[in-house]
Design a protein around this ligand. Structure first.
Ligand SMILES: [Zn+2]
Length: 245
């Protein structure tokens, strides 16, 4: 399993693009980063995407989605295969709103007819097979409506987790268990971070409770060091092997 970080910065930071993570060049978790340009630098394209997962409906995690869908709608020849979009309850309505506000009803119609994404509603405890991956979802607590953390496991049992944006909560802790690599938000460094986020000491306590899992800190307000953790930067690419193989 290969993870490529497209965006490592928090909502209003200048140290990296907004959230976006590519798994094996075909699964995208969140789309705040300028995905169409960055995936080319990761040697793939938006047409290779088979699954897009949204953790929650904040701009820094979702506002590039209309451009991805537009790029697929106007692809010549058309992008092969189906695209699944998974996310919390309300994802279909939210994506349609983004399309309508961003580009109007014409583009929304083009996306509806030419891309025709399949929507999957995910919620706390969901454990489903999508696009060749086991996708497990955990409800987390953030400053907007439904928010999810995900764990993706491939056929070789390698697994990567994504905190999305979350404060300390039971769902966040559950989402880490068993992951080979965990992409953990670390928005604050010097003290509690407002708005339902994690900061360094909380991340350190999660690391101490999960010694088998490698942590990759992302959603950064600035790039700093935390002993024992990897710190993300845009276009960082990592191979993830299963510890249980
Ligand atoms: Zn965010």
């Amino acid at each position: 399993m290969r993870l490529t970080v497209l965006g490592s910065g928090s909502a209003f930071s200048t140290c990296g693009c907004n959230a976006g993570y590519l798994v094996d060049g075909r699964v995208l978790v969140d789309c705040g980063a300028p995905v169409p340009a960055l995936v080319r630098r990761a040697a793939t394209s938006v047409h290779a995407l088979t699954l897009i997962l949204l953790t929650h409906f904040h701009a820094d995690h979702s506002f590039t989605l209309p451009t991805i869908l537009g790029a697929r709608a106007f692809a010549d020849p058309p992008a092969p295969g189906t695209l699944v979009i998974g996310g919390p309850v309300g994802t279909r309505e939210y994506v349609n709103r983004l399309l309508s506000v961003g580009y109007g009803s014409h583009i929304r119609h083009e996306v509806d007819t030419k891309v025709a994404p399949t929507y999957v509603v995910l919620q706390d405890g969901s454990d489903v097979e999508i696009a060749g991956y086991r996708v497990q979802s955990h409800a987390v607590v953030h400053s907007t409506g439904p928010s999810l953390a995900y764990r993706l496991t491939d056929a070789d049992r390698a697994s990567v987790g994504f905190s999305g944006d979350s404060e300390m909560c039971a769902g966040l802790r559950r989402s880490i268990a068993g992951c080979d690599l965990y992409v953990c938000e670390c928005t604050g460094w010097d003290g509690p971070s407002p708005g339902g986020h994690l900061w360094r000491d909380e991340v350190a306590s999660l690391m101490a409770a999960n010694p088998e899992t490698r942590f990759l800190l992302s959603h950064l307000s600035e790039r700093r060091h935390l002993p024992g953790a990897l710190v993300a930067h845009d276009l960082l690419s990592l191979e993830i092997a299963s510890a249980t193989r």
